[in-house]
Design a protein around this ligand. Structure first.
Ligand SMILES: Cc1ncc(COP(=O)(O)O)c(C=O)c1O
Length: 394
């Protein structure tokens, strides 16, 4: 059987990593893969995470199976982090998952079970895995208008006009904050309008939030989601601890259902457990144990929040430096969008030919499509990046 299987072409992001590694230039800049880097260029283990791991090493007494729902302390803590203060808390149920990727797939499987004719609407552009995850679950996928390629802001008029046409068989997949890949987020007014339209038209909102705390802070980044959660009868949420806890390889995330009442949400979660039993069965425990240890302890919680703020400040500082650098270099405001975008990414609109030139002539690595990871940059590299981008765009 295996002889008929062709190896798929290499993942373009992974090939870019190895090309970068093998590039001998000392002034090369990696803006490719989507991981946070600090001002020393590394993706550190957060101090709160390292301290929680020490605690776990001393207190953990068994490696026996944990069960299909994962760690209930984690589930409740992560639910509160996202939905704290909303009426949805009382009618929500949360399942620990292997990352947000696992949550997206579990929620997609639940949709395929409960609403097999559903069409999932994703933004144009969207996170690269949204489409394949939904398709693999057997769902139909369509795109809604999102980014205005000229202003590099959300075209809310075009988007809302399309959303106003959705109906009960439609699922609207939104990015909670720090849109990947564009960096362009919805205004609160747009979230409000989406909440009204969901109630009028009966479509199901589904919010994927993988960067809470990396835009404007933990509370501000959840505002749109909370507004929606207070207003709509049903909501699906996928969330990740990869970025805001730096737990990428520990595969830590959650799927949250908000139902019309608590029993609906609990039944939905029980069904997701059954579906997960047919694939990975139970989520890995270590990352979730770290998160629940941090969130249950005042000192660790404070430390984690302070570290997250530092990450956020670094990204926003780089964004301000880019805006200033481009203004000086171009005597114009064409690159001010770097300052309007939120989170780690900005979509530059650079063509593949220009991206190839940046790599060949300047040692600047950017993924095809033009998404740059701002957190991959150092302050002392801003001028070089500005000069190179201005040169290829000339
Ligand atoms: C929007 C979005 N959703 C989900 C994910 C998946 O996150 P995880 O690493 O937790 O699986 C990512 C990761 O880049 C993402 O950007």
């Amino acid at each position: 059987m295996f002889e008929q299987i062709q190896a798929p072409s290499a993942d373009p992001i992974l090939s870019l990593i190895s090309e970068f590694k093998n590039d001998a230039r000392t002034d090369k800049i990696d803006l490719g893969i989507g991981v946070y880097r600090n001002d020393k260029g590394i993706t550190p283990i957060m101090a709160a995470v390292a301290q929680a791991e020490q605690t776990l090493l001393k207190t953990e007494s068994t490696k026996a199976y944990q069960g299909l729902v994962g760690d209930e302390n984690f589930n409740l803590a992560i639910q509160s982090l996202l939905l704290g203060g909303t009426s949805a808390m009382a009618r929500a149920s949360t399942l620990q998952t292997p990352g947000a990727s696992g949550a997206l797939r579990n929620l997609a499987d639940l949709l395929a079970f409960a609403r097999p004719n559903a069409t999932v609407w994703i933004s144009n552009p969207s996170y690269i895995n949204h489409r394949p995850i939904m398709l693999r679950a057997g769902l139909a996928v369509q795109e809604y208008a999102y980014l205005n390629p000229v202003t590099k802001a959300v075209d809310e008029t075009a988007m809302l006009a399309q959303v106003a046409q959705l109906g009960p068989d439609d699922v609207l997949l939104l990015h909670g904050c720090c849109h990947n890949p564009s960096g362009a987020d919805l205004s609160l007014a747009a979230w409000q309008r989406i909440a009204e339209l969901a109630q009028q038209r009966g479509f199901l909102p589904f919010v994927d939030i993988a960067y809470q705390g990396l835009g404007d802070g933990l509370e501000a980044d959840a505002q749109g989601l909370r507004l929606l959660a207070n207003a709509v009868p049903e909501l699906m949420i996928s969330t990740s601890c990869s970025k805001n806890f730096g737990l990428y390889r520990e595969r830590t995330g959650a799927a949250i259902l908000v139902g019309e009442d608590a029993s609906h949400a609990h039944n939905g979660r029980a069904k997701m457990c059954e579906l997960a039993r047919g694939s990975y069965s139970m989520p890995p425990s270590h990352g979730a144990a770290i998160v629940s240890t941090i969130l249950a302890d005042d000192q660790l919680n404070g430390l984690w929040r302070a570290e997250l703020d530092t990450m956020n400040l670094r990204i926003n500082g780089l964004r301000s430096a880019l805006v200033e650098g481009f203004r000086i270099a171009t005597q114009g405001e064409d690159y001010d969008y770097f300052g309007h975008h939120k989170g780690m990414f900005s979509l530059t609109g650079l063509s593949d030919a220009k991206i190839a030139r940046l790599k060949a002539d300047y040692g600047i690595y950017i993924v095809s499509g033009g998404r740059v990871n701002i957190a991959g940059l150092q302050l002392n590299e801003v001028d070089a990046l500005v000069a190179a981008v201005v040169a290829v765009n000339r």
